[in-house]
Write a new protein. Sequence first.
Length: 145
Amino acid sequence: MLKTENLQVFYGLIHGLKGVDIEVNNSEIVTLIESNGAGKTSALSGILNMVKSSGTVTFLNEEVTHSQTHQIARKGLALVPEGRKVFTNLTIEENLKMVAYNNPVNFYYLCEKMYALFPRLKERRHQMAGTMSGGEQQMLRLHAP
């Protein structure tokens, strides 16, 4: 399902990650567990082409190495970093609309799919995101990469 070969990440002149090979098969759960600063987020950012990187990234049998981040996300691969980065002064539904600017045609389909996974958010779709609990904000964040 996901494979990296010789993934390397660069931050300017700094070679932040060197030669990472990852392979995740369909229906498999894989975790990256390391101490702070070991390169977990760098690896994921490199996979999603969010930072300068080299190597090969394949997702669902398609090479996405040179794809733009939003194109990779459309295929269903996204990074949800720690934290609750939501638009606190907007409602849940308005947050989703902000994220869907790149895919307005499927907005209502994606909302219903998300509400099926997290019915609590559907109940509160008109609530300001900043007044939600931390767990609810993280649910919203999962669908607002």
